[in-house]
Design a protein around this ligand. Structure first.
Ligand code: PSU
Ligand code: MN
Length: 300
C-alpha cells in the first residue's frame, strides 16, 4: 500500500511537535488561474513560515499522497497544463490505487493532514450545501469530513453561491463548532458578513487554541474557524450581487453540475470582476494562513 510521503521538513516538525499548517491544492489548480496560483502558493508558504510554523501543501502525485510539496511539485500543481483532477475524499482511494494525480479539496486535505499528524489547516472557502440542494442533493463532502476528522479548518466562511443557513445547520447536526474570529456574523467569503450569526466567537489565537484543545478532548470532530476577509479587501456589495446572479445563471445555462459547479462559478467571478475577486481571494487566504499558523504555534 502506498504510504504518505512527507517532506523532510514536515516530518521533522511533526516528530518534534513543532507547529505545522496544512494547505490545500484545489484552490491552486481549480480556484486560481495559472500564473497567479504559483505566486499565491509561495506567498501562503512564506506567510506560514513568517508566523513561526511549517507549511505543508498537500496533493496526490502519481499515486502518492504528498504532504509538504517541494518547490518543483508546487510548480507542477500550478502549471497551466497540469491536467490535475479535483480530488475530494471519495476520490483518494481511486486516485492512489490507480496511480493518478490530483489536487486535494478541504475534505481530502483534512483527511491526509490528519493521517500525517497535522491538525491545523488554512484555506479560502469551505464547500457547503448548494442552493437547490433539496433537488440536487449537492452537499459538499467537506462537511462530512469536518464531522469526523479532528482538524481545525481556518477559512473565510462559505460563498453566497451556497445555502449558508443550510450549511450552518449541517455543521450543527454534525457537532462541528463554528467560531467567528473577532466577529459575530458568519462571513460570506468575499463579504465580511452574512445574515447569519456564529454560535461562538473568539478574539485571539490563544482563545481559538483553547477551544480546539477542549473540543478535541471532549467532542472530537473538526472545528471551523471563520475569519472574515480583511476589511480593505472586501468586495463591493453591488458588484458581488451582480457576479453572483450572473454566475448562477451561467451554471444553469451551461448545465454545469456536481464538482464542476464551484470552479465554473469562481472563474466567472474572476473574469467578470476583472481581477477584483482574485485580489480578494488572495487577501483572505493569506490572512487565514497567518491566523492558522498563529493558532498552530499556540497549540504546539
Ligand atoms: N471555495 C473556494 N475556492 C475553492 C474551493 C471552494 O472559494 O477552491 C474548493 C475547495 O477545495 C473546496 C471545494 O474544498 O472547492 C469544494 O468543492 P465541492 O463543493 O465540489 O465539494
Ligand atoms: Mn458538490
Amino acid at each position: 500500500m502506498t504510504q504518505i510521503s512527507l517532506s523532510g521538513e514536515v516530518a521533522d516538525a511533526v516528530n518534534s511537535g513543532r507547529p505545522v499548517v496544512a494547505l490545500e491544492s484545489t484552490i491552486l489548480s481549480h480556484g486560481l488561474p495559472p500564473g497567479r496560483n504559483l505566486d499565491v502558493a509561495k506567498r501562503l508558504e512564506d506567510t506560514v513560515r513568517a508566523a513561526g510554523a511549517v507549511p505543508a501543501t498537500i496533493a496526490v502525485l502519481d499515486g502518492t499522497p504528498v504532504v509538504g510539496l517541494s518547490p518543483a511539485q508546487l510548480e507542477r500543481v500550478c502549471a497551466p497544463d497540469s491536467g490535475l483532477d479535483k480530488l475530494s475524499l471519495r476520490d483518494l482511494g481511486p486516485a492512489i490505487g490507480l496511480g493518478r494525480s490530483g489536487a486535494t479539496t478541504v475534505a481530502s486535505t483534512s483527511a491526509l493532514a490528519h493521517q500525517a499528524g497535522v491538525s491545523v489547516f488554512a484555506t479560502g472557502g469551505l464547500g457547503g450545501v448548494h442552493l437547490g440542494a433539496q433537488e440536487s442533493w449537492d452537499v459538499s463532502a467537506d462537511l462530512g469530513v469536518l464531522a469526523r476528522v479532528p482538524t481545525l479548518v481556518v477559512c473565510s466562511g462559505v460563498k453566497s453561491v451556497l445555502d449558508i443557513a443550510a450549511t450552518l445547520e449541517v455543521l450543527e447536526t454534525n457537532s462541528v463548532p463554528v467560531l467567528g474570529y473577532r466577529t459575530d456574523s458568519f462571513p460570506a467569503f468575499y463579504l465580511r458578513y452574512s445574515d447569519f450569526p456564529v454560535p461562538w466567537r473568539v478574539d485571539d489565537p490563544a482563545q481559538a487554541a483553547a477551544v480546539v484543545a477542549a473540543h478535541r478532548r471532549y467532542a472530537g470532530s473538526g472545528v471551523l474557524l471563520a475569519n472574515p476577509i480583511p476589511a480593505e479587501s472586501e468586495m463591493d456589495e453591488q458588484l458581488h450581487e451582480r457576479l453572483l446572479t450572473e454566475g448562477l445563471q451561467l451554471v444553469r445555462d451551461k448545465g454545469v453540475q456536481g464538482k464542476d459547479v464551484t470552479p465554473v462559478l469562481l472563474e466567472h467571478f474572476h473574469t467578470a470582476s476583472e481581477g477584483v475577486s482574485l485580489d480578494a481571494n488572495e487577501a483572505l487566504v493569506l490572512s487565514n494562513a497567518r491566523l492558522a499558523a498563529e493558532i498552530a504555534v499556540e497549540l504546539a
